[in-house]
Design a protein around this ligand. Structure first.
Ligand code: SAH
Ligand code: SF4
Length: 386
């Protein structure tokens, strides 16, 4: 029993800044059931795990000495045997529009980014699931990094704890979008574990309806997701209306074709009145013609869909341009006239490079471009609320 927990990662720095060379169990990556077993392994009653979970998740307290409703014996045992890992904030940029980008350093020195987008209409955290991304989409800066490594459930959820605490939102409701660095379905188990931990009622009790998972379309994992009890909202990065165009900009299309992705969407179980959000990055001269729009209408026939057009966030090293507002408007209008629910994403936090596809820690800053304003088509924030 004890060995199982002793095998958790070693941290040189324990909770509350303690330094130790002992192997400490990291409570930050434990679901409540694991924590109960761990507390029992320390010779204490399982129910104390709920108290500990509440301290960590609801109050943001990770120093065991401060967990005042625990017995001194349990506190001492925890100090001796456990830690609650938390990344450090190495940079925090605040955009003119209130968006905040956090650069976080993990225990091994790797860095990730998490973004806070206020009032969209709820408070929203955009969270990373990987360091970098293996998918290599041609317009995405994170894709240019390649995959450095997966994040653990502790590291995914720690972004939420850290942002909620830093922004004084621990007791408020907020939404989460898995649209930061990485492809969540390429790190499936850790992502699902993170959702269970966030949903835990002794903790943040975050309902899956408040979570949106955005995927490039990894079909077997979409099917697996369809069987999950905790089902987040689904966003699918489509970006094209033909196989040829999609394959040219989204390399995973060679393995999971657009039609395969659409078929997976058709069989994806949706609650009443729910729709799958199709994201479509608009690239001048590549996928933005009226003909593309008409093809997209056809592709989405029979799918409970809404479309979110993402005018490209241009950046050095990205070999595409953002179409003009007029082109975006024409495209959006064709979809809307055919009865599709369509919105154009208004880019947030562009001045601090916190916008989609601009999350790359080592990268260069990008020049801000104007946001799209399309008459008659709603503008939605950079990150849609669930
Ligand atoms: N890997 C997942 C989630 C992270 S990316 C996915 O691809 O869906 C979140 C969204 O940002 C995706 O729709 C992605 O295509 C989009 N995106 C990436 N780079 C972009 C850019 N330069 N401009 C606008 N949107 C971009
Ligand atoms: Fe990865 Fe998404 Fe970027 Fe594609 S758009 S490279 S899947 S993060």
């Amino acid at each position: 029993m004890r060995d199982r927990f002793a095998n958790q990662p070693t941290f040189a720095k324990g909770s509350g800044g303690r330094y130790t060379d002992r192997v400490l169990a990291d409570l930050a990556g434990m679901e409540l059931g694991d924590l109960e077993t761990f507390v029992e392994s320390l010779g204490h009653k399982r129910f104390h795990a709920k108290q500990i979970y509440r301290w960590i998740w609801r109050r943001g307290v990770i120093d065991f000495a401060q967990m005042s409703d625990l017995s001194q014996g349990l506190r001492t045992a925890l100090i001796d045997k456990a830690t609650v890992s938390l990344p450090t904030i190495t940079k925090r940029d605040v955009s003119q529009d209130g968006t905040q980008k956090f650069v976080l350093q993990l225990a091994d020195g790797k860095q990730i980014e998490a973004v806070f987008i206020p009032d969209t209409p709820a408070q929203t955290f955009c969270v990373s699931t990987q360091v970098g991304c293996a998918m290599g989409c041609a317009f995405c800066l994170t894709g240019k990094m390649g995959l450095v490594r997966n994040l653990s459930a502790a590291e995914i959820t720690a972004q939420v704890r850290l942002l909620a605490q830093s922004l004084d939102l621990l007791d408020k409701s907020f939404n989460i979008v898995l649209m930061g660095m990485g492809e969540p379905l390429h790190n499936y188990d850790a992502t699902m574990k993170a959702l269970r931990m966030l949903n835990e009622k002794e903790g943040l009790a975050l309902h899956p309806k408040r979570v949106t998972l955005s995927t490039v379309g990894l079909v077997p994992m979409m099917d697996k997701l369809a069987g999950e009890e905790l089902m987040p909202n689904l966003a699918v990065s489509l970006h094209a209306a033909t196989e040829e165009t999609r394959a040219a900009i989204v390399p995973s299309n060679k393995k999971y074709s657009m039609q395969d992705v659409i078929d997976a969407c058709k069989r994806f179980p949706l609650a009443k009145r729910r729709r799958i959000m199709f994201e479509y990055v608009m690239l001048a001269g590549v996928n933005d013609s009226p003909q593309d729009a008409r093809k997209l209408v056809k592709v989405l026939t029979g799918v409970k869909a809404k479309v979110n057009l993402l005018p490209l966030n241009a950046a050095p090293g990205i070999p595409f341009e953002r179409p003009s507002d007029e082109v975006i408007n024409t495209f959006a209008k064709i979809l809307a006239d055919k009865g599709l629910n369509v919105s154009v994403r208004k880019s947030r936090g562009r001045d601090i490079r916190a916008a989609c596809g601009q999350l790359i820690v080592e990268g260069q800053g990008s020049k801000g471009a104007r946001g799209a304003t399309v008459p008659g088509v709603p503008e939605v924030p950079e990150v849609p609320s669930a």
